[in-house]
Design a protein around this ligand. Structure first.
Ligand code: GLA
Length: 381
């Protein structure tokens, strides 16, 4: 990837580029908890975005996507938003940096990625944090890492139409090889947990399903949570987020919110607790509990939060049957991957069964990714 990027950069824009990279992410547990002020437990992975980058002395950005084989040229003012969806991520990062008082001037870039798109591995956060990091470095803006993550998050909100939480961009900016990171999304306190479960592998099974309306469905979930939290706040003024709520407080407002909002909130309150339970279990080396919590999360995401789909439920059931320790839909949902904690000796059997049975049911094989927990945003050269 590196050689191709540099070759294209030289052909289009000349020599002398710097190289930056950033990563996609996995999340062991803590899904849809970030915008509810709860915990998440992600890590950056060995699949990401790489960009060659050089200032061009103008007030224009020239960006070339190797994956789309397309160039976008745009200015840096609000009205200069490019037509290409992929370029809006870079434009958004420029704008959000400028809004925070940072300097951004014209540059040339060629970039490519190996995060599978739509798989729930946050290719967009990888792209945002790669450019947030590159701009900060190239223009010496001295913006701290949390703010770089927020630049990516605000890009999603203001330029891409997704009201996401902070998890993906946080993982992508703070990722460290070999470590998962538990983040409290309310206080922004975080802790690195070395993650190297002896005798187990983390395996992603990509259903290759992508749902068109995922962004709006995601935003609706968030609104449900906010309505439920607002109803609870009337009885318990200290509540700012669902993560502040006790389960019984939700029961108190059962008649004041819709059954749908109730189910969404029920899921979130359970999930916030599960992250803590998983961290405790990890400290004891109890992977059976970790796995059981993953199955509980899947149940909640499927039946209460309703962000799973037939294909992902199928993969989850299959994992349970084969004896996989833990399995669940990962990321926002509505397609993408399951994340599976698999005993080494079960790996071959599980992968073979997943491929064969999924293909028989849905007409195509799922893709299998073995992930390595890796570093996040950085300068390579
Ligand atoms: C997407 C969002 C994150 C988070 C997850 C679900 O990846 O970008 O902020 O809400 O979904 O956990």
């Amino acid at each position: 990837m590196k050689a191709k990027i540099l070759e294209k950069f030289e052909a289009l824009y000349g020599a002398g580029a710097s190289l930056y990279a950033s990563a996609g992410r996995i999340n062991l547990i803590g899904e849809h908890t970030d915008y509810n002020g709860g915990y998440v437990f992600p890590g950056a992975i060995d699949k990401g975005i790489m960009a060659a980058f050089k200032l061009n002395g103008t007030d224009k950005v020239r960006a070339f996507s190797l994956d789309y084989n397309e160039e976008a040229v745009f200015g840096l003012n609000e009205e200069d938003k490019p037509a290409q969806a992929w370029a809006c991520y870079i434009f958004g990062v420029c704008r959000e940096t400028i809004k925070r008082g940072g300097t951004v001037k014209g540059f040339d870039t060629v970039f490519a990625g190996d995060v599978p798109l739509g798989a729930g591995l946050s290719s967009s956060a990888a792209l945002e944090s790669c450019f947030a990091f590159a701009l900060n470095d190239a223009f010496g803006n001295n913006i701290d890492k949390f703010e770089l993550a927020k630049i990516g998050q605000s890009t999603e909100h203001n330029y891409c139409g997704v009201n996401c939480g902070i998890m993906d961009q946080f993982a992508s900016c703070f990722g460290k090889a070999g470590c998962l990171i538990r983040l409290n999304c309310k206080t922004l306190e975080y802790k690195y947990f070395p993650f190297n479960p002896k005798g187990y592998k983390l395996v992603l099974v990509d259903s290759c399903v992508k749902h068109e309306l995922a962004s709006s469905a995601y935003n609706f979930r968030r609104q449900s949570c906010e309505r439920a939290a607002a109803a609870i706040k009337k009885n318990h003024p200290e509540v700012d987020f669902l993560s502040d709520c006790k389960r019984v407080w939700l029961d108190e407002v059962r008649d004041q919110i819709t059954p749908e909002d109730f189910l969404r909130a029920e899921y979130v309150i359970g999930e916030v607790q599960r992250v803590l339970d998983v961290c405790d279990a990890l400290e004891r080396g109890d992977y059976e509990i970790v796995g059981e919590m993953m199955y509980q999360t899947h149940f909640g995401m499927s039946k209460l939060y309703e962000v799973s789909c037939e294909e992902l439920d199928f993969l989850n059931k299959l994992a349970r049957r084969v004896g996989v320790t833990g399995s669940r839909v990962m990321g926002g949902g509505f397609g993408g991957c399951t994340i599976n904690l698999v005993k080494d000796e079960l790996y071959d059997e599980f992968v073979a069964a997943a491929k064969k049975e999924f293909a028989a049911a849905f007409g195509h094989e799922p893709k299998i990714y073995d992930v390595v927990i890796s570093d996040g945003a950085r300068k390579i050269a």
